[in-house]
Design a protein around this ligand. Structure first.
Ligand SMILES: [Ca+2]
Ligand SMILES: [Ca+2]
Length: 137
């Protein structure tokens, strides 16, 4: 069987996604453009970075994810979305962010962008902590 796969271009729908810590999850979308006659698979995964200041931490601020497979079927939709779970806590924090990457083993896939940044706004305020503190007195 003759299989034809011309170059397809894949990119995050947005370079930056902003969520609130209390949202529970953040949805990231990936767009594909171009012509293809076999299914195109891409892998979406979170990037652990323990070194950068104000970096959100895996499994403490968000759920680490390494195995989200995006499948673009021939004749199917050109956008695939995945939810990354956010972890809410009661700690007063700065705005934090983490990175999500996409990759593919298919040679014909060209990435216009491989990385998106998720910014998490903290849901905990000083006044809530004061109320909790007063409640314990
Ligand atoms: Ca947090
Ligand atoms: Ca917090």
């Amino acid at each position: 069987m003759f299989v034809c796969l011309l170059v397809v271009e894949v990119e995050f729908a947005q370079p930056t996604y902003t969520a609130n810590e209390a949202d529970g999850s953040v949805q990231l979308c990936v767009n594909l453009t171009g012509e293809f006659e076999i299914d195109v698979e891409a892998l979406l995964f979170t990037v652990d970075d323990l070194s950068t200041v104000n970096r959100a931490q895996p499994d403490s601020d968000y759920e680490r994810s390494s195995d989200r497979i995006l499948i673009f079927s021939t004749g199917g939709v050109r956008t695939r979305c995945e939810n990354i779970e956010l972890i809410a806590d009661l700690t007063l924090e700065n705005e934090e962010s983490f990175l999500v990457n996409i990759s593919s083993d298919i040679d014909a896939v060209r990435f216009l962008s491989k990385t998106a940044e998720v910014i998490i706004r903290d849901s905990d305020s000083k006044s809530i902590h004061l109320i909790e503190f007063l409640g314990r007195v």
